[in-house]
Design a protein around this ligand. Sequence first.
Ligand code: CYC
Length: 171
Amino acid sequence: MQDAITNIVNRYDVKGSYLDKFAVDQLSSYFKTGLLRIKVIQLINSKASFIVKEASAQLYSEQPELLRPGGNSYTTRRYAACLRDLEYYLRYASYAIIAGDTNVLNERVLDGLRDTYNSLSVPIAPTVRGIQLLKEVILQELSNENIEAEFFIVEPFSYMCRALSEQNISR
Ligand code: CYC
């Protein structure tokens, strides 16, 4: 797993150079957002089950066919798997927010996931919508607490949506 600091240090180590102004600017913007990152992960941590519940309720009200016979969330086993997956996305997004790096998402969540989903017929588009809804619920909660939304808060969610939506062009 990488974070904003190891990412920069590794790049400079490869070149064998000291951290220049560019690196220092990137590092200071990471440190400047540090307290806000902590606030955001505390909010996610304290409201995790609410966030998942809201996002899934919204998903199933938009796409009720998922819950009907033939839908991928039909049966309590699959419904539970779906809530669990949303919980995974939320938890790993919180790790990426505090790390300031999306690498953890590739390593622990996304690698191979499309293939797993395809082999189990888990539909990608509603999953992507579920991740967007997690993000929207968090943005609403942040605004309720007068915390201004910043790019780094939404980025891990957008990153997972992009990665899941991407077509595999090698096949
Ligand atoms: C299944 N989701 C799975 C499976 C994996 C993941 C590996 C297959 C194994 C299992 O059932 O547990 C996902 N596992 C992960 C992820 C990680 C991991 C992300 C990283 C930590 O270790 N179905 C829907 C919704 C969507 C959904 C749109 C929820 C948003 O209709 C999800 N995922 C879903 C469902 C299954 C599943 C229903 C069970 C499919 C089946 O067995 O038929």
